[in-house]
Every structure is written in structure tokens, then in C-alpha cells.
Design a protein around this ligand. Structure first.
Ligand SMILES: Cc1cc2nc3c(=O)[nH]c(=O)nc-3n(C[C@H](O)[C@H](O)[C@H](O)COP(=O)(O)OP(=O)(O)OC[C@H]3O[C@@H](n4cnc5c(N)ncnc54)[C@H](O)[C@@H]3O)c2cc1C
Ligand code: FES
Length: 265
């Protein structure tokens, strides 16, 4: 159930250039949060900026704790980075439709492909998948080694972690989708999931389609209400006959079947 409440800041931790981990105490939201869902955050004590800012749920900490990983982009996220432990933040969530894991529990193998801060919702998904006993191949790409966040937390999940960087400063050198492609044929994946820049998601969807693997992607659009009321966040999809239609990212997503996204839009 969607909650609107004042969450207490437990800690803010800088983990890179303009990148922060935020720990909030919000048991009513944490209790029902699913991987791929997001929280809409009022980033001000006043009405300026007026609109809330969406952040995906990155992980759950100890009881009642929500963890976010974000990049400071503008006024909203800069305000968030200034909040001290003990501050109260107005949050709305959990919102949106998250990832769907396979119903079966036997011999399931999944691939997760993260580009940059696309690691945010996929760490939470990897944790849930491991809790169900699934084998997880996690492909994580970044510009360089300094832009790889939460690698230790990922390794602690007992997953198969494959790193790629654009400049080769850590792991394989090149786009993360190319690295995934090398494992794809032998991988025999039951499902694949991705989050990252749109160009990378498009290539991920193409590869998953060719390999006939059911795949889901988490999309981003600028958001206002976050509740499906303003239609400010629509994205183009295609139905089976190929007709284009539009769906709110905040309520119909942010996670979509990769085969339905209109990548030419
Ligand atoms: C469902 C969802 C989940 C998200 N989860 C995360 C997350 O976990 N971590 C994270 O770092 N960011 C995430 N984002 C992006 C984040 O919401 C924006 O960076 C944030 O709202 C920027 O607010 P601001 O006031 O700091 O910057 P603004 O002043 O509003 O904008 C600064 C710059 O960022 C661009 N921008 C703002 N919002 C978006 C957006 N949604 N998509 C693309 N560009 C944008 C603007 O065009 C502008 O150039 C998510 C976005 C969505 C839609
Ligand atoms: S943000 Fe208002 S409908 Fe999605």
C-alpha cells in the first residue's frame, strides 16, 4: 500500500563524486517495497522546488530501513545530500510496478545487466533472487573503476559478478552489453533484466529478443505526480500487432517488458 510519511534520515554517505547512499527509516514503506519500485521524495522544506523527485529503491537495510543510491543532478538531489541524520523527509511510496521474478523455484538462472547507476534497482533484485535460490549472473558496466558503486555489497550476495568499464580501468574493456553478449549463448538464462542509459537498454532488448529470453527493463522519464494523474511521464510502447500506444512510466512502469518498448520513439 502506498504511504505518505515523514521518514527519518539515518545516514548519508558519499561514495563517489556527487554520488550518495541515503539510509532512511521508513518501516511502512520498506515492509512492502519490491525491486524496481521507487519512492517520490519532497526535496525541500518549502514548496520550491514544488515537484517531488523519484529515486528507485536500492536496497533494504536492517529492519525498516530503505537505502537509496543517487547522483546529485540539480536542486532537489543537492538538497537531499545536505540532510543530516535525524532530519525528516516527506516520502511517497512504494510507487510503480517492479520487476517480476519467475514463479518456479527450481534451477532458475537469470541475467542482470546494469549500466552506471542502473545498478540501483538491480542490487535489490539480485538480493531477492538469491533469497529464492536463483543463480544470478550480474553484468555491471561503468565509465571507469571510480564509477563502480556497491561492488562489495554485490559480491556479498554470492552472485557471478562480471565487470565492464568503458576505459578498461576495471574488468573487461567495452560496453557491458557486449560483455553480456559473450555469455548469452552459453548462459541459458530463464530471464534477463536491465537498467541503465536508454541506448544500452535498446541493445539489451535486441540481444534478449534474438536469444528469445523474456526480458524486463526499468525506464526513466521526468515525473510530476508519480501517481498516474498528470500524464507527464508517458513512454511509447507497441502492442503485439505493432500498434503504438502510450503508458505512464510512474504507474505502468518503471519496469516494462523489453519487447513492448518502442525503442524508436
Ligand atoms: C523512476 C525513477 C527512478 C530514479 N531513480 C534514481 C536513482 O535511484 N538514483 C538517481 O541518481 N537518479 C534516479 N532517478 C533520476 C532522478 O529522479 C533525477 O536525477 C532527479 O529527479 C533530479 O532532480 P534534481 O532536482 O536534482 O535535478 P533537476 O534540477 O530536476 O534536473 C537536473 C538535470 O537532470 C535531468 N533530469 C532530471 N530528472 C531526470 C530524469 N528522471 N531522467 C533523466 N534526466 C533527468 C534534468 O533534465 C536536468 O538536466 C530516477 C528517475 C526515475 C524516473
Ligand atoms: S508523473 Fe504524473 S502520470 Fe506519471
Amino acid at each position: 500500500m502506498i504511504q505518505n510519511l515523514e521518514a527519518e534520515v539515518l545516514a548519508t554517505e558519499q561514495v563517489g563524486a556527487g554520488v550518495y547512499l541515503l539510509h532512511l527509516y521508513a518501516p511502512d514503506v520498506a515492509g512492502s517495497a519490491q525491486p524496481g519500485q521507487f519512492v517520490h521524495i519532497r526535496c525541500s522544506e518549502t514548496t520550491d522546488p514544488l515537484l517531488r523527485r523519484p529515486l528507485s529503491i536500492h536496497d533494504l537495510g536492517k529492519e525498516g530501513e530503505l537505502i537509496f543510491l543517487y547522483q546529485v543532478k540539480g536542486r532537489g538531489t543537492a538538497w537531499l545530500a545536505r540532510q543530516e541524520p535525524g532530519s525528516k523527509i516527506d516520502i511517497l511510496g512504494p510507487l510503480g510496478r517492479g520487476f517480476t521474478l519467475p514463479a518456479s523455484k527450481i534451477n532458475i538462472r537469470i541475467a542482470l545487466v546494469a549500466g552506471g547507476l542502473g545498478v540501483v534497482p538491480l542490487l535489490f533484485l539480485a538480493r531477492r533472487a538469491r533469497a529464492r535460490g536463483y543463480e544470478v549472473d550480474f553484468f555491471y558496466g561503468a565509465q571507469n573503476g571510480e564509477r563502480l558503486f556497491q561492488a562489495a555489497a554485490l559480491r556479498a550476495l554470492d552472485i557471478n559478478l562480471h565487470i565492464a568499464t568503458d576505459d578498461g580501468s576495471a574488468g573487461w574493456s567495452g560496453p557491458v552489453t557486449k560483455l553480456w553478449e559473450q555469455y548469452l549463448q552459453a548462459g541459458d538464462y530463464d530471464r534477463a533484466y536491465a537498467c541503465g542509459p536508454r541506448a544500452e537498454l535498446k541493445e539489451f532488448a535486441r540481444l534478449a529478443g534474438e536469444a528469445a529470453i523474456p526480458a524486463e527493463v526499468s525506464l526513466e522519464e521526468r515525473m510530476a505526480c508519480g501517481l498516474g494523474a498528470c500524464r507527464g511521464c508517458v513512454t511509447a510502447l507497441r502492442d503485439t500487432p505493432g500498434n503504438r500506444y502510450y503508458e505512464n512510466v510512474c504507474t505502468g512502469g518503471p519496469v516494462f517488458d523489453a519487447a513492448t518498448v518502442d525503442w524508436e520513439d
